[in-house]
Design a protein around this ligand. Structure first.
Ligand code: ATP
Ligand code: LTN
Length: 334
């Protein structure tokens, strides 16, 4: 008997150029799940507008993110890949769930507190209810597992609370999702400030390596990465810059930390950084090549966009219909 595959849902905001951190911490792991699970990978453009975006840039970034999903090896035949804004059920369910979420719960969200500080001129209601839209994303698809980083755990916990509350009133409507903690994804730190994480919305572009950075740009950024001055390649919390570069090197080459330390014992930082740069370039070049090929094939991309939205929409509609019935909306006459 074949067992039904479990459902995985995850998403990324098109809020900037995706970084080596997004790749090593998320995308690369997603590609490993596509054979064993039924996966939906969403480009959450509706979440992105909770902070002000330039429309032309947003559309461009959303397209680039889709190409990069495909270029890293996410197969649209095996996964459902789509734009959140193309499946209106996300917004519809979010509205309903808003009515089952308390102000106090949303007030406790650390991301809301942080973003209210960094965007003090635009503390909008969408920023506040961001986690409810995220709960709708997840619950629409009867998701079993949600691969997210540590920073999103609180949001996932809230999604579970909302689902349990709703089920408590109306019966088993939603599957209660679990976090998915795979093999520890590399946590990549900012190159110039190696105690904070590399982040695609960082203003300082010397902190980040974009997946589509040119080879010479990558080499230069790594050459200039902040390190200490003792010139010893050793994995230690006291040496955050070198630790970060070792993590990056090992993540892209697959060698262990111990053998990398051995390899570079007598090398000095100049030689080490050059090797790290070359390893990153070698890893990213095939992805960049693939993006260039995809850019020439708009018909194919359009098909992926259309079919992704259709497949997601069908699944989403089933759950939404159930929810609408439960809360007492009149049946639609067709
Ligand atoms: P933003 O700057 O817009 O907040 P971000 O680069 O921090 O974006 P997210 O869109 O919040 O990234 O996250 C997308 C995915 O990438 C998440 O699963 C997150 O855990 C992962 N991720 C983000 N940054 C890193 C990093 N530096 N190292 C490892 N994984 C990361
Ligand atoms: N908030 C997440 C992106 C996101 C998401 C989701 C992740 C939106 N909806 C549903 C997992 C499941 C972030 O900023 N990384």
């Amino acid at each position: 008997m074949t067992e039904e595959k479990k459902i995985i849902f995850s998403g990324m905001q098109p809020s900037g150029l995706i970084t080596l951190g997004n790749y090593l911490g998320a995308l690369n792991n997603w590609t490993k799940l596509q054979n064993d699970y039924h996966c939906l990978y969403c480009i959450v453009d509706m979440h992105a507008i909770t902070v002000r975006q330039d429309p032309i840039k947003l559309r461009k970034q959303a397209k680039e993110l889709l190409l990069q999903y495909l270029a890293v090896g996410l197969d649209p035949e095996k996964n459902i890949i789509y734009y959140q804004s193309h499946v209106p059920q996300h917004a519809e369910l979010a509205w309903i769930l808003n009515c089952y979420t308390y102000m106090g719960e949303l007030n406790r969200m650390t991301q809301f507190k942080e973003k209210s500080l960094s965007h003090a001129d635009n503390i909008n209601a969408g920023l506040f209810t961001y986690p409810v839209l995220m709960a709708a994303d997840i619950l629409l698809y009867q998701t079993d597992l949600v691969p997210v980083g540590e920073d999103q755990r609180q949001h996932l916990e809230l999604a579970r609370d909302i689902a349990n509350r709703f089920n408590g009133v109306y019966g088993e409507v939603f599957k209660i999702p679990e976090g998915y903690i795979g093999k520890v994804g590399a946590r990549v730190m900012a190159l110039q400030e190696p105690t904070k994480k590399m982040s695609k919305s960082d203003e300082n572009k010397n902190n980040t390596i974009a997946l589509l950075d040119e080879p010479n740009v990558i080499m230069n950024k790594i050459k200039r990465a902040m390190t200490d001055s003792d010139n010893e390649v050793r994995y230690s919390d006291e040496k955050p810059g070198i630790k970060n570069l070792l993590n990056i090197y090992c993540a892209v080459t697959g060698v262990s930390i111990e053998s990398a330390e051995k390899e570079f014992t007598h090398a000095g930082y100049g030689v080490f950084k050059k090797a790290v740069g070359e390893a990153v370039v070698a890893k990213l070049q095939p992805i960049q090549q693939k993006v260039k090929e995809l850019e020439k094939n708009q018909d194919y991309i359009d098909t992926v966009i259309k079919e992704g939205a259709e497949k997601a929409g069908k699944m989403a509609y089933k759950t939404l219909q159930k929810v609408q019935k439960k809360v007492g909306f009149p049946t639609r006459v067709r």
